[in-house]
Design a protein around this ligand. Structure first.
Ligand code: NI
Length: 187
């Protein structure tokens, strides 16, 4: 089921989400609905608060472009970038991230902040422990858009939006657009 995506200004996007305590049938359905919603919106990631649920659950899919990463390791196994799409989408909850430099600036957008894009500086490499719905824990290491998307979605689970991470110059430019979005929501 495609769910409505919560938009900028909604307080649920600012919540520190609750950890998932147990994988229930309800949680599995929510994850499946989030994948469908992300695909319908042509997004590369979606976090539960974006569909109004304050739980630490997110989905990521960067399979549209195997060249968006330069390496991928899953559970200690090297995966060739061209085989990365076989491992998408990734559903995870209660993520634990280790972030490694160098920093890298790249354009980001968000399905909850329509019509806005800006460059965000982030650590370029992520080592992540990503608990899976089947009870296993995926240990993932990657860079590029996958590392960025995992960080962006994990931020959502902590009530942080990418526009919070802009340089002050970029913030000035983006602020006017954000004000318009907030206003729209009030009517
Ligand atoms: Ni987002």
């Amino acid at each position: 089921m495609i769910m409505p995506i919560v938009q900028y200004g909604d307080p649920v996007l600012r919540k520190k989400c609750k950890p998932v305590a147990k994988v229930t049938e309800e949680l599995q359905t929510l994850a499946a609905d989030m994948i469908e919603t992300m695909e319908d919106a042509a997004g590369v990631g979606l976090a539960a608060p974006q569909v109004g649920v304050d739980l630490q659950l997110a989905v990521v899919d960067v399979s549209h472009d195997p060249e968006c990463i330069s390496f991928l390791k899953i559970n200690g196994e090297d995966i060739a970038p061209e085989d990365m799409p076989d491992h998408m989408p990734i559903v995870f909850f209660n993520p634990e991230l280790e972030l490694l430099e160098p920093m890298e600036a790249d354009k980001e957008g968000c399905l909850s902040i329509q019509g806005v894009q800006a460059k965000v500086n982030r650590p370029s490499i992520v080592r992540a422990k990503l608990p899976q719905l089947d009870g296993s824990v995926m240990e993932l290491e990657s860079d590029g858009l996958l590392a960025r998307a995992i960080q962006h979605e994990t931020d959502h689970l902590n009530g942080i939006l990418y526009v919070d991470r802009l340089t002050s110059v970029a913030k000035v430019r983006v602020n006017a657009a954000l004000k318009r979005l907030t206003k729209r929501q009030q009517y």
